[in-house]
Ligand binder design. Structure first.
Ligand SMILES: NC(=O)c1ccc[n+]([C@@H]2O[C@H](COP(=O)([O-])OP(=O)(O)OC[C@H]3O[C@@H](n4cnc5c(N)ncnc54)[C@H](O)[C@@H]3O)[C@@H](O)[C@H]2O)c1
Ligand SMILES: O=P(O)(O)OC[C@@H](O)[C@@H](O)[C@H](O)[C@H](O)CO
Length: 394
């Protein structure tokens, strides 16, 4: 959507696992409908920035694109877990293969732009590629260090998975029989920090902002938005809520969210006025009836999200001897999820076994933070909160 603001640029899009989506997009000339849903009738826009769409398995094409000096940058949206996966066929492995090809073909510089919800996502990607490249020849490794730029980003726009109803609505609104529409909210923020050695689209024409340091914005978004989503994703289903908008209307969860934001605000870096505006707007965004954002879709890969979103605030509170209820609730809800649900997480097997042990709270905490696992008062409180949450259902 941002790239559409600059007609000089286009996107060659690759999926990782999904072979149907590139086929669908190719059949409709790369066009798709963006359905923006506020509280009234959805607004629609046809996005035309995808020039080509390919399945990730099209290795020859991928390597040729990455080798081409016409390609100035690569954005990645591969989930938090995608940066952690190592070995053949992983996203990091494929990016490294592409960069190797680029180096061989003359070594034009390139910017890598990760768009996943991780603190310091540019640095996370740099670290993952450096680890994957440790046995590569020194010439290639020094090229990676000197000619590949890592751009930090914060992407802030709630965009749930597309449903069959969304497909039907898109067709009704536009007359275009689109099989790959995207539903989103009116709010949109994209912040970036880093260098683009071969240039970039004029994304600022569509509202992107380029800043020198993203840390405070990352913290605001990951703690306030994603932290609240994580809290709701693990507690909401226990209390019978299926979506974010249902959860923020549930009195217990609504008060947990407010309490989470009060707690996070005590430790956040941005000025209080900025945080107050952000949370006021967040409440409206979460309450929107136009967006059906399923909690169980958000409740994946807790092991990658809780350490970045909940634990920094919890540690800061524990250092002041406080036991913040919303952070305890998030951990208790996560334990219940690990015990009762089908768990999707790169550490699922390990975590499910730990959670189902007699001292599950301590063991699960030890898998994400050894010091917190030694905090007996915290562990007991999480255990008690599991019972409290379960009793709340009756
Ligand atoms: N949807 C949103 O509201 C939103 C907003 C801001 C940021 N994000 C970030 O984008 C990420 C993806 O969200 P989405 O809504 O597009 O999800 P999605 O499920 O629609 O897409 C995830 C994509 O990542 C790929 N993937 C999954 N696991 C992977 C792995 N281990 N390695 C490589 N690729 C993998 C999938 O094949 C798929 O193409 C989120 O995890 C989040 O960090 C999402
Ligand atoms: O899988 P996650 O938790 O990183 O993301 C799920 C949602 O919280 C997320 O997609 C938000 O909608 C998004 O981060 C809003 O900008």
């Amino acid at each position: 959507m941002y790239t559409m603001a600059d007609p000089d640029w286009g996107v060659a899009a690759y999926t990782f696992r999904n072979a149907d989506l590139p086929r669908t997009l190719t059949e409709q000339d790369g066009l798709y409908t963006l359905q923006v849903r506020g509280n009234g009738e959805p607004q629609t826009e046809i996005v035309d920035s995808i020039s080509r769409a390919h399945p990730g398995g099209d290795t020859e094409r991928w390597l040729a694109d990455l080798a081409s000096p016409e390609v100035a940058l690569l954005t990645l949206t591969i989930t938090e877990a995608g940066y952690r996966a190592v070995g053949d066929g992983t996203a990091i492995d494929r990016v490294l293969a592409g960069l190797r090809e680029r180096h061989r073909a003359g070594g034009s510089p390139i910017a890598l732009v990760p768009c996943d919800n991780l603190p310091g996502n540019g640095e996370v990607l740099r670290g993952a590629l450096a680890r994957a490249a440790q046995d590569e020849p020194p010439g290639f490794r020094s090229w990676l260090g000197e000619h590949v730029s890592f751009v930090d980003t914060v992407v802030d726009r709630i965009t749930p998975a597309t449903t069959q109803d969304d497909v039907a609505t898109a067709a009704r609104l536009t007359g275009f029989d689109d099989h790959a529409p995207v539903v989103t909210e009116p709010f949109s923020e994209w912040l970036l920090a880093g260098e683009f050695p071969l240039g970039r689209p004029a994304w600022e024409a569509a509202g992107a902002r380029f800043v020198s340091d993203l840390a405070a914005y990352e913290q605001r978004k990951l703690w306030f938005l994603n932290g609240a989503h994580t809290l709701l994703a693990y507690t909401g289903p226990v209390l019978g809520c299926a979506t974010v908008d249902e959860a923020v209307r549930h009195p217990t969860l609504a008060s947990l969210i407010e309490s989470w934001w009060d707690t996070a605000a005590r430790h956040a870096s941005l000025p209080a006025g900025d945080l107050a505006d952000y949370r006021e707007r967040l409440l409206r965004r979460f309450s929107s009836r136009g967006i059906r954002h399923h909690l169980l879709h958000i409740a994946v890969a807790g092991s990658q999200k809780i350490p970045a979103r909940i634990l920094p605030v919890l540690r800061a509170e524990r250092s002041r001897q406080r036991l913040p209820e919303p952070a305890i609730a998030a951990l208790a809800g996560w334990l219940i999820h690990l015990r009762d649900r089908d768990v999707v997480d790169p550490r699922a097997d390990e975590l499910v076994t730990l959670a189902r042990a007699a001292d599950g709270a301590r063991r699960v905490l030890s898998a994400v933070d050894a010091a917190l696992a030694d905090d007996r008062e915290l562990v007991t409180t999480v255990d008690d909160y599991v019972d409290h949450l379960r009793r709340s259902v009756l």
